[in-house]
Design a protein around this ligand. Structure first.
Ligand code: FAD
Ligand code: AMP
Length: 484
């Protein structure tokens, strides 16, 4: 192996591996260094997303949803499955198989695109040199014209709830339970907390989510957040807002460990709750441990993220950073897109990224998804906007599928009618919002979407109807606004 590359990428999560593939596609001699090891100790690519994030969480969400449906919904369709049970270890094995399959997929893509895949850790030195330490402890100094830092993020830990990986776990531990905890506590009712709470709640845990903020899903559009809270509460998630965890104590109870959680409630009073397992999901922080030599020239911002400009250039010439380790939402697709932009910039193209249109999804059932501005943001910005909403209960496909909870909310500019945001809780919300994201990329108006022919019967008809409702033209519901 040569020690010189056009591009060295450190980290092979969705930001890093996509950057490496795109750079190689553009003819750049590219290496990608990754320090992750699987359960067997083998070096693997894919980062948080593939190994302990997006993919394994969705595998368990899908398994648990099938169980929940079989147990609670099949009888309504005239299907009697009798007594059913859950085999948690089998579910975990299935999840691990999916992860392994995708790990091999990235290895295959690296090979096909001639990316040099290096397992071990990378450290950025001065002048775009990189120290590579393989898993056997052998060191090599590599050089590159450009270095892309994609070291990702790790779970935030809080002093009142130290993770012991036995009773108190983080999101990674919550993907590895060997049985369904009877009483499950979740600190943080954010994206990850709701997804993991849903997994175990569907399998039978009594789930309590303790959330410090007074509002639910504070960054989402609040019409959709309120509707989502109603639906999730009906499913059995006990979501307690304004509850800040102040302490935990792991105790022995009849030979079994449990955790006593102390928290301050909304009225300021102290309360206690006992759980068999506690998941700490209070957010993630950028990860730069061991990544940067003192003289690397790369600066961090006040939140510990690598400081970058709009094009993901760091403060060191020829050094770029992408994904969770830089500012912006911690989402796999946001990092991947930054990876593509940087690779193309390195290759001399003029690519830019549209940070205004980054979809965001919570994979509860039904899904909660959004793109663009929320009504609260537009209000705060003083924008002139109009809103159209449409409930799934008026969509034939949704009723037929027994998926009629939730709604689509479309927001457009009051004068130009240009779509500014779309927020959905309901069946296939992620895919519906994606349709609107495409429309927004093309500068669509609500009228454009309303005039588009949608197949019938589809869930997506709710998007068309919400777009029509923006201007008082919805067909399958009475319009409150005056028809123009
Ligand atoms: P990471 O995926 O964190 O990858 C960084 C990689 O860099 C790691 O493999 C790490 O080992 C490696 N690395 C770090 N330092 C070094 C070094 N010095 N040398 C070598 N290698 C190094 N996002 C979504 O968009 N959709 C979802 O549904 C979703 N679900 C999630 C569910 C869970 C439970 C969690 C925890 C996260 C989820 N996320 C989801 C977030 C998503 O996983 C992250 O946004 C994404 O993984 C970030 O990608 P990244 O490439 O920036 O970093
Ligand atoms: P997210 O950023 O979507 O992963 O959500 C993390 C959530 O955890 C946020 O809504 C925080 O308000 C919440 N949180 C942080 N610290 C605490 C705490 N000590 N007790 C309860 N909730 C917390």
């Amino acid at each position: 192996m040569s020690d010189k590359f056009d591009v060295i990428v450190i980290g092979s999560g969705p930001a890093g591996y996509v950057a490496a593939i795109r750079a190689a596609q553009l003819g750049l001699n590219t290496a990608c260094i990754e320090k992750w090891r699987d359960k067997a100790g083998k070096g693997v690519n894919g980062g948080t997303c593939l190994n302990v994030g997006c993919i394994p969480s969705k595998a368990l969400l899908d398994s648990s949803h099938k169980y929940y449906e079989a147990k609670s919904a099949f009888s309504g369709h005239g299907i009697d499955v009798g007594e059913i049970s859950v085999d948690v270890p089998a579910m975990i094995v299935r999840k691990d198989k999916i992860v392994n399959q995708m790990n091999s997929g990235i290895a295959g893509l690296f090979q096909a695109n001639k990316v040099t895949s290096l397992y071990g850790s990378g450290k950025l030195l001065a002048n775009k040199k990189v120290q590579y330490l393989d898993h056997d402890g052998n060191e090599k100094i590599l050089e590159a014209e450009n270095v892309i830092l994609a070291s990702g993020s790790i779970p935030v830990s809080i002093p009142p709830a130290p993770v012991d990986n036995e009773v108190i776990v983080d999101s990674t531990g919550a993907l590895e339970f060997t049985e369904v905890p009877e009483r499950l506590g979740v600190i943080g009712a954010g994206v990850i907390g709701l997804e993991l709470g849903s997994v175990w709640g569907r399998l039978g845990s009594k789930v309590v989510c303790l959330e410090a903020l007074d509002s639910f899903l504070a960054i989402m559009d609040q019409t959709i957040a309120k509707e989502s809270k109603k639906i999730l509460t009906k499913q059995g998630l006990d979501i307690r807002l304004g509850c800040r965890v102040t302490g935990t104590e792991v105790v022995d109870s009849n030979g079994k460990k449990e955790v006593v959680v102390t928290y301050t409630g909304q009225d300021g009073s102290e309360a206690k709750e006992i759980f068999d397992k506690l998941i700490v999901c209070v957010g993630r922080r950028p990860y730069t441990d061991g990544l940067l030599a003192d003289d690397s020239g790369v600066k961090l911002d006040e939140r510990g993220s690598i400081y970058v400009n709009d094009l993901c250039s760091t403060s060191a010439p020829g050094v770029w950073a992408v994904g969770d380790v830089v500012r912006g939402p911690m989402l796999a697709h946001k990092g991947s897109e930054e990876g593509v932009m940087v690779a193309e910039r390195i290759a001399g193209e003029k690519t830019v990224m549209n940070y205004d249109i980054v979809p965001n999804v919570i994979y509860t059932h039904p899904e909660i998804a959004s793109v663009g501005k929320t009504e609260e943001q537009l209000k705060a910005d003083g924008e002139d906007y109009k809103v159209g909403t449409f409930p799934f209960v008026a969509i034939g496909r949704a009723v037929a599928a027994d998926e009629a909870e939730g709604m689509v909310k479309m927001i457009a500019h009051a004068k130009t009618d240009r779509v500014l945001g779309c927020h959905v809780v309901g069946p296939s919300a992620a895919d519906l919002v994606q349709q609107v994201a495409i429309a927004m990329e093309f500068g669509s108006s609500a009228e454009d979407i309303g005039m588009t022919i949608f197949g019938h019967p589809t869930f997506s008809e709710a998007v068309k109807e919400a777009a029509l409702a923006v201007n008082g033209h919805a067909i399958h519901m009475p319009n409150r606004k005056k028809r123009k």
